[in-house]
Design a binder for this molecule. Structure first.
Ligand code: GLU
Length: 380
């Protein structure tokens, strides 16, 4: 028996492949999408936070523009993506509006998740959308991505999004209902694996030989996605999307593979921060701010006494208390110059000081690790 129970996962990324969403006529399969929207609305109403990563722009756009996908050049596909993406977004908007759910389109490129400055921007935007109970509909920004740097497949994009928003679960809706020891279409001996505690190189190799998912990179990219997500503390599920209402079927026990995450997303993020070797600056805090940080709050400009070093937004800085002790570290929301100007100022005055509207915090609590201290009691 699997241990999957959707109620355990509050923040969920659902990845939808082109082959599920696009019908034989090359257009959105409205009936299937209506079922998915109903499933999403169910989760949404039970206080889950849902993000969708959906493919389909190139397939729809090719139909609209009369482009033959197999013979098309990269720029044709990018043009198709542009024409298809508006229709894709509109289809989701309509399907979810039926349940009074607002959607937002977010297009990302690999740098948006791999470069820390852009990472903070994307995380901030997605975080705000989720707080406002919006369901983001995310795709790769295919019109500007070049061949070399494309995500190449939305499985990996979905895993990066899960990491970005610290999702608890990533559900990969596929045309196959989980991970098998061999290609189940070609090999009758192929065995379904319901639960994976650790992804091994052997599994990655087995997945490479399986090409069941025609939509994108096959099982190999799904296992890679599971690897990225589970490292970030996000459980990953592969299940069949080739049914009506796939998420409720999954909740009711439909066959799937669960890749278990070793820890929580917060623990994974903190472990990563603690392990970063390149610290670019130092922020000295007053006692109020030090205490607030220990209580799990973000660092506000008002609690900053002094700023040292030479860092840019997204760099790792060390946080030092009034006794000169390193309290922890975090990702700076502001550059050294900005942070220096903002030190000791109220968040309301940020715009007046900088001349533009900035972010409310100096270091966000999700991007912060506080070190445990043996002499912690003496600090109180
Ligand atoms: N971003 C592509 C599209 O919307 C799909 C990429 C993929 O399926 O992996 O058509």
């Amino acid at each position: 028996m699997s241990e999957f129970a959707v109620d355990k996962f509050r923040r969920v990324v659902v990845k939808v492949g082109s082959s599920l969403l696009i019908g034989a006529d090359g257009r959105v399969d409205r009936q299937w999408l209506a079922g998915l929207a109903e499933d999403i609305a169910d989760l949404h109403n039970r206080d889950h936070e849902v993000l969708v990563v959906s493919s389909g722009a190139i397939a729809i756009g090719s139909t609209v523009l009369g482009i033959n996908m197999r013979r098309a050049r990269l720029e044709d596909l990018q043009a198709a993506a542009a024409a298809g993406q508006v229709q894709l977004a509109h289809a989701y908007q309509e399907a979810l509006a039926h349940y009074d759910i607002t959607t937002a389109q977010v297009l990302l490129t690999p740098e948006d998740t791999e470069n820390r400055r852009r990472f903070l921007n994307a995380r901030g935007t997605l975080g705000r959308l989720i707080e406002r109970r919006v369901v983001p509909v995310i795709n790769e920004n295919d019109t500007v991505a070049t061949e070399e740097i494309r995500y190449g497949d939305n499985d990996r994009l979905a895993a990066r999004v899960a990491q970005l928003v610290m999702a608890d679960a990533l559900i990969l809706l596929s045309d196959v209902d989980g991970f098998y020891t061999a290609d189940p279409v070609a090999d009758p001996e192929a065995e379904h694996i319901p639960l994976v505690a650790t992804i091994t190189d052997e599994m990655q190799r087995m997945a490479g030989e399986t090409r069941s998912d025609i939509g994108s990179g096959g099982m190999a990219t799904k296992v890679q996605a599971a690897r990225i997500a589970t490292h970030a503390g996000c459980a990953t599920i592969i299940t069949s999307g080739a049914v009506q209402r796939p998420l409720s079927k999954l909740a009711a026990g439909a066959r799937h593979t669960l890749f278990r995450a070793p820890g929580t997303p917060a623990a994974a993020r903190k472990q990563w921060l603690a392990g970063v070797l390149e610290v670019r600056g130092e922020i000295r805090l007053d006692d109020g701010a030090s205490q607030a940080l220990r209580n799990g709050k973000s660092l506000l400009p008002v609690g900053v006494v002094e700023v040292l070093g030479n860092f840019r937004r997204g760099d790792v800085v060390t946080l030092v208390d009034s006794h000169g002790r390193e309290l922890g570290r975090g990702l700076a929301e502001y550059s050294f110059n900005e942070a220096t100007q903002l030190a000791g100022r109220q968040s309301e005055s940020i715009e007046a000081v900088l001349g533009y509207r900035g972010r409310a915090v100096m270091v966000h609590r999700d991007e912060l690790v506080i070190f445990d201290r043996d002499d912690g009691n003496r600090d109180a």
